[in-house]
Design a protein around this ligand. Structure first.
Ligand code: C2O
Ligand code: CU
Length: 540
């Protein structure tokens, strides 16, 4: 592999959308940020210069970073943040990743505008497992806020209520032609009739799963989260926050203008959701009378849980894969949105006069305030975290029934990690709950990809469901949606030592505490140990 060197300057830049000009955080002045490109197995360095007034860290979402947790990025998990004026050289070590992944800020809500695509080509001399497309285009699904997004979590913490929603979804930074103020900037992709194009789609929005479609054109899904899939063809796709997809489409319609459109899939009825649609234009080359407005195909309705599940259940790996057949570490994690009582210093604008919280196994994750977990572990510093994250929830209940007793609403708090032996073969049942409201929680694991061996609606049934697992060609993913009022089963081998965060990629949920941390021990051989820390690791 080769080494690519990059320089990322994080700074405030002025942008105008929806007739509103404001300063946003950017990398090198770009929104969305620059696209990283590499070949399978390469190494990259990205030197980050923090010229903003906020702390910053960056994460390479979908890169396993084998033995290299130091450059993984989540603040106070694997590093102290880069302070204003500071800098840090991230080292990205690619291994088996191929396809589309992405990068984003991993401190507070900075990722709202600080993100970009990360494309990994096959090794030189190798080819895609599908015919070479005529062209490739990154499609970043994002958002625009009239508000300063860096103030949203603090404001929501003061009230205890819902964080502010964005004012528009965007495609490559643009809200699209349905917004009178933004028609001119609408992202446009030129195509030639008869050619095939590869879209590298990333859902970079903070809080919403998204449906996406191109009017009158079929989509062929060929990859996800930096691994290939067995290709399948569909009219629409559903992509959760954190996921990336490689999607082919053939420009096989009469030359004209066609919409590319995206809107929310929001399964939690009652929670604030954004019912707006963002658009871009596919424009054919040639001489023809363009339509008054681009051809448009409606997307599934915002609450179409069936459409979401019908899409997702088609994921398969292209061939037989190495999925752990025997499991030695069985874990059962519930993911819940909870409520807390108020006090005079913590007011309440949440439902039932309470404030929001969220949890895994009824523990709401508390980020350490002054030192990251990785350094605390590596240097043996006590008092930063506890090693007793539970293997299952404190009590069994009917997870997916509504109207649960009040005691289940309230989580406890802690900075708890789960210790895994090197090379443990792990299964996690991720069980959604309807403690306050059911939602499709996109769960992301750092440091690994995992196989999704099963999923379903309702409560996981240990007597029946495992017999239906796909242990032959399950898809390999790094972010998986737990279906609304349902469960997924994932398996992986714990062969990457380090400190690795698992969390919901819906930002409001992780802000409320829907996360936990794995500490994977070193193996016996020197090549199964965490690398040495880089010399320029930021200080807290
Ligand atoms: Cu894409 Cu921990 O995140
Ligand atoms: Cu969630």
């Amino acid at each position: 592999g080769r080494i690519h060197r990059h320089k990322f300057v994080v700074k405030s830049s002025s942008y105008t959308r929806l007739c509103n000009t404001k300063e946003i955080l950017t990398v090198n002045g770009k929104f969305p940020g620059p696209t990283l490109k590499a070949y399978r197995g390469d190494k990259l360095t990205v030197t980050v210069y923090n010229r903003a007034k906020y702390n910053i860290t960056l994460h390479w979402h979908g890169a396993r970073q084998v033995r290299n947790p130091w450059s993984d990025g989540p603040e106070y998990i694997t590093q102290c943040p880069i302070q204003p004026g500071g800098e840090f050289e991230y080292r990205i070590i690619l291994s088996r990743e191929e396809g589309t992944i992405w990068w984003h800020a991993h401190n507070s809500w900075a990722r709202a505008t600080v993100h970009g695509a990360f494309i990994i080509y096959p090794k030189p001399g190798f080819h895609y497992p599908f015919p070479k497309p005529h062209a490739e285009i990154p499609i970043l699904l994002g958002e625009w806020w009239k508000k300063n997004v860096m103030e949203i979590p603090g404001d929501a913490n003061i009230t205890g209520g819902e964080p502010t929603l964005s004012d528009a979804f965007t495609i490559n930074g643009e809200p699209g032609y349905l917004y009178p103020c933004s028609i001119k900037g609408t992202f446009k992709m030129m195509v030639e009739q008869g050619k095939t194009y590869l879209l590298r789609i990333v859902n970079a929005v903070m809080d919403e799963n998204l449906f996406f479609a191109i009017a009158k054109h079929k989509l062929t899904i060929v990859g996800k989260d930096g691994s290939y899939l067995k290709p399948f063809t569909t009219d629409y796709l559903m992509i959760t926050p954190g996921q990336s997809m490689d999607v082919l489409f053939e420009a096989n319609q009469p030359p004209s203008h066609y919409s590319m459109a995206s809107r929310a899939y929001s399964s939690a009825f009652g929670a604030g959701y954004d019912n707006t649609t963002t658009t871009a234009i596919i424009q054919y080359h040639g001489i023809y009378q363009p339509p008054k407005s681009p051809h448009f195909s409606p997307l599934p309705p915002y609450n179409a849980t069936r459409a979401s599940a019908d899409f997702t259940k088609q994921f398969r790996s292209p061939g037989k894969v190495q999925v752990p057949q025997k499991v030695d570490t069985h874990l059962f994690f519930t993911t819940s949105v909870n409520l807390l009582n108020c006090s005079t210093d913590k007011p309440c604008a949440g439902p039932f006069g309470k404030r929001f919280s969220a949890s895994v196994n009824n523990i709401s994750f508390v980020t350490p305030p002054s030192l990251d977990i990785l350094q605390a572990y590596y240097y043996g510093i006590d008092g930063v975290f506890e090693r007793n994250f539970p293997r299952k929830p404190p009590n069994e209940f009917n997870y997916t029934a509504g109207n649960l007793p009040a005691n289940l609403l309230t989580p406890s708090f802690g900075t708890k990690v789960m210790v895994l032996e090197y090379n443990a073969s792990v299964e996690i049942i991720l069980q959604g709950t309807n403690v306050l409201a059911a939602d499709n929680h996109p769960i992301h694991l750092h440091g690994y990809s995992f196989h999704v061996v099963g999923s379903g609606f309702g409560n996981f049934d240990p007597t029946k469901d495992p017999s239906r697992y796909n242990l032959v060609d399950p898809p390999e993913e790094t972010t998986v949606g737990i279906p609304h009022n349902g469960w997924v089963a994932i398996r992986f081998r714990a062969n990457n030592p380090g400190v690795w965060l698992l969390h919901c990629h819906i930002e409001r949920h992780v802000t409320w505490g829907m996360g936990m941390v794995f500490l994977v021990k070193n193996g016996a051989s020197p090549r199964a140990r965490i690398l040495k820390p880089p010399p320029d690791l930021p200080k807290c």
